[in-house]
Design a protein around this ligand. Structure first.
Ligand SMILES: [Fe+2]
Length: 279
């Protein structure tokens, strides 16, 4: 299989061409793709056309499936694959745009997913980009005194932070019993494979900082977010039909953009991969 891996920006994301994820991938290629994933944090496989079951089989190249928290979005005939759609509504009738606002996925888990994978099924003609923030670069760009201030700090992650601007879709009764809440993670984590440090915060789910008064904690988290989301640390992915995009939740924040014609269907398959305890 002839394939290429080419950077999509100077610091984050690469596109993979010439790999057909429906086919058997050789071990050397699998290892190469995994290394590229760690190096670039986002891999965009172009021109894929996978059914949900083919998607599940393909992502086994990169890890084990992480069972998602809100079963509402599971595909009935392939429940380990979920969907992302712009055709869902809150109970009060407002449209639900999944993933708006910078966040990292499922950080309220003791072992949050290392990766999230989206495969485009239907896209609007324009808009709906996914933005990423490289939290390794953001960490490295902090003033030394801030690095020292946040070293050793831990944040509390819950399903839905009281302080979040975005409201998630409510969990079912069954989901509330199953989904972890009040999990503590370091604010600076070290990537288990690259050993690079990254800021690990999540505006949707971070409730506070352990041992720090609320006002001070919120100010610190806001400052870190403002620093991290500077354009120089960002990569913005413009989706193309057939894209399968996998990103590293240990290294990035991401957000969706609801900036397109909502009469056009935007629909993607979503799976996540098991991660480690952040340290
Ligand atoms: Fe997300």
């Amino acid at each position: 299989m002839e394939y290429t891996i080419a950077p999509l920006s100077p610091h984050t994301a690469a596109e993979v061409r010439g790999v057909d994820l429906r086919r058997t991938i050789e071990e050397a290629t699998r290892a190469h793709l995994n290394r590229a994933f760690i190096e670039h944090s986002v891999l965009a496989f172009r021109d894929q056309h996978l059914t949900p079951h083919q998607l599940l089989a393909a992502v086994g190249l990169f890890g084990e499936i992480f069972p998602q928290h809100n079963s509402r979005f599971a595909l009935p005939d392939c429940p380990l694959v979920h969907y992302i759609s712009n055709q869902d509504f809150y109970p009060d009738g407002r449209r639900y745009i999944p993933g708006e606002g910078f966040h990292t996925d499922h950080s309220n888990a003791a072992c949050p997913p290392k990766a999230t994978i989206l495969h485009a099924v239907s896209l609007p003609d324009r808009g709906g980009d996914t933005q990423y923030v490289n939290m390794h670069l953001a960490y490295e760009g902090l003033p030394e005194e801030t690095k020292q201030r946040i070293a050793g700090l831990k944040a509390v992650h819950v399903y839905q932070s009281r302080h979040s601007a975005r409201k998630l879709m409510e969990l079912s009764e069954e989901g509330r019993g199953r989904v972890p809440d009040g999990i503590v993670h370091p604010i600076v984590r070290t990537h288990p494979e690259s050993r690079r440090k990254a800021i690990y915060i999540n505006p949707i789910r971070t409730e506070g900082v352990v041992g720090m008064p609320e006002a001070e904690a919120l100010a610190l988290l806001a400052d870190l977010l403002e620093h991290a989301t500077q354009p120089k640390y960002q990569y913005r992915h413009q989706w193309r039909p057939g894209d399968l995009v996998m990103w590293d939740n240990r290294s990035l924040l991401h957000k969706a953009n609801g900036d397109y014609d909502m009469n056009q269907l935007r629909y993607l398959y979503r799976v996540m991969l098991q991660g480690d305890v952040p340290v």
